[in-house]
Design a binder for this molecule. Structure first.
Ligand code: ADP
Ligand code: GLC
Length: 510
């Protein structure tokens, strides 16, 4: 299949959270399964490994014609597929089937430092920027020659028009609209299909109604974009995409109600065309091979994990003590429920534990993290900022991982935690409920604790059980760690599920 993944973030080039992780990892796995895969994202800055393709296009938006240029990078597929081996050191711009091509849309409005905004808030022209990405993303499939049509051929061809557009969140939600309103009536992309990935229905791309005029489509499309008198990009995707895929089955159910943030009835109206697929985890999160941690370890031999704990304590200046080490890593956004942790902090700090929080975002929470460290120098650290290496070392060195999210479409850190034998304590919402099962020693089941009500009491209760189990039942603890570590969270499982959805939407228009 020809698959174009369009997103505001594609790691490692751009990432603020899990969206970037997913759009960086899924393409490679799909390619390894034998598909031709293109990602399209903005060129937010100069990328050393991406070259100008020389291809240009002109897009009409907000009453003007805008030139965009396409850059392209190449990463080999993670596993070569028999008969479809990647072409080794081929110059930029050349790919065999079974490879991913990463295309970057270049326009001055993207090159600003931030992805969505800066210290003053969201960029004022985000509607323009992401409408431009959506249009340029569609055209990339038809215009940018990056694939060999067949093994051994020298000439390059674009991905083509018989393609599945897998668009993600509100940023690329206009793609189904543009296909219907502009491209299909002109005879293009007649058989293309669309899949809208929902990573967070809390952000919808809502803009003032008068801005609709800038989108360059006829006013008869207004009802598809109108949400209570506002232009709402996510809504447009929800009603027009061929299939809607939330990043976990539980979240797919939740967005049909309150967690649809006003779009619940529209999600529900999609019936069986709305489904949930849990994200996977890439090989960079494997404790047996992770180069960023002090010592490797695995379910069979956990001894390296203690070395990682000691190294983490040393790095953070915490005493090298045998007490439960708790970790939390998150964007400090109300979604993540860090305020609930702050609520139980006075109690938690009466316990014999160590606590490390890594995160940035809300200024108020950053301040609370600093105060926590100041008041509890002997047991707590609050690391304000973004630190990928520390995130790995915390996953490896901690005993417990805390994720009290108010809502969590999928969540990746609890899955990394399962892999690293770091037992998760989570609020049973969204993907957290799908991935973490509460310990039931009588049935040898469970990989952590998932508390049901979003309340300090329920969180404290779960923490109480977790700490008791760590202190009193070490064999039970190790068995629980091993159960989590041996579960299959590879991307291949999720990619197979996406394959089925793509095949369906490609079949829809013959
Ligand atoms: P979300 O996408 O809502 O932020 P996820 O759990 O899906 O939540 O993904 C978050 C990703 O961002 C993970 O890879 C996590 O390790 C990373 N991350 C978040 N905050 C930080 C930070 N301060 N430092 C390092 N990594 C972070
Ligand atoms: C969003 C969600 C998170 C999910 C990620 C990747 O950022 O908040 O739960 O894991 O997208 O799908």
């Amino acid at each position: 299949m020809n698959i174009a993944i369009l997103a505001a973030e594609v790691a490692p080039w751009s990432k603020t959270g899990g969206l970037g992780d997913v759009c960086g990892a899924l393409p490679g796995v799909l390619a390894a399964l034998g598909h031709r895969v293109l990602t399209v994202s903005p060129r937010y800055k100069e990328y050393a490994d991406a070259d100008d393709t020389g291809v240009r296009t002109y897009i009409h938006l907000f009453g003007q014609r805008h030139e965009v240029r396409y850059f392209v990078a190449r990463t080999p597929a993670p596993e070569a597929v028999a008969g479809d081996a990647p072409v080794g050191d081929a110059p930029a711009g050349i790919a065999a089937p079974g490879e991913v091509r990463h295309v970057f849309v270049d326009h001055p409005s993207f090159r600003r430092g931030g992805i969505y905004g800066d210290a003053h808030g969201s960029y004022g022209d985000n509607l323009f920027r992401f409408a431009l990405l959506s249009r340029a993303g569609i055209e990339a499939a038809a215009l940018v020659p990056v694939f060999r049509p067949a093994p051994g051929t020298a000439d390059l061809a674009p991905l083509g028009e018989d393609v599945v557009f897998h668009v993600n969140d509100w940023h690329t939600s206009l793609v189904p609209l543009y296909l219907d309103a502009i491209y299909r009536p002109a005879g293009h992309f007649r058989r293309a299909g669309t899949v809208l990935g929902i990573h967070n229905a809390g952000h919808q791309g809502a803009f003032a109604a008068h801005q609709f005029a800038g989108l360059d489509v006829s006013s008869r499309w207004w009802p598809h974009t109108d949400m209570n008198g506002h232009l709402n990009l996510l809504k447009t995707g929800v009603v027009l995409a061929d299939r809607v895929v939330a990043v976990s089955p539980n979240y797919a159910r939740e967005i049909c109600g309150e967690l649809g943030f006003g779009l619940g009835h529209l999600f529900a109206s999609r019936g069986r065309e709305l489904l949930g697929i849990v994200n996977g985890v890439g090989e960079e999160w494997n404790p047996a091979t992770d180069p960023q941690i002090a010592a490797p370890f695995s379910a069979e031999d956990l001894s390296g994990k203690l070395a990682c704990k000691r190294a983490l304590q040393a790095e953070l200046g915490l005493p090298a003590r045998d007490v439960p080490l708790l970790a939390l890593i998150a964007r400090l956004d109300p979604q993540k429920g860090v305020d609930l942790l702050m609520e139980i902090l006075p109690w938690l700090m009466t316990q014999d534990v160590q606590l490390v929080i890594l995160g940035s975002g809300s200024a108020a929470l950053e301040q609370q993290m600093r105060e926590m460290e100041w008041n509890h120098r002997d047991k707590a650290r609050g690391w304000v900022g973004y630190n990928e290496g520390l995130a790995h070392r915390m996953e490896a060195g901690a005993d417990l991982f805390l994720m009290p999210s108010r809502f969590e479409p999928c969540g990746l850190n609890q899955i990394y935690s399962l892999r690293y034998g770091t037992v998760p304590v989570v609020h049973a919402t969204g993907g957290l409920a799908d991935t973490v099962e509460t310990l039931d020693p009588s049935r040898d089941r469970g990989t952590g604790w998932a508390f049901r009500s979003f309340s300090a009491g329920a969180f404290m209760d779960a923490m109480g059980w977790a700490l008791l189990t760590w202190w009193r039942f070490p064999d039970e603890w190790r068995a629980m760690q091993r159960r989590g570590m041996t579960q299959d969270w590879t991307w291949t499982r999720s990619a197979r599920a996406y394959e089925r959805v793509y095949a369906e939407v490609l079949g829809l228009r013959g």
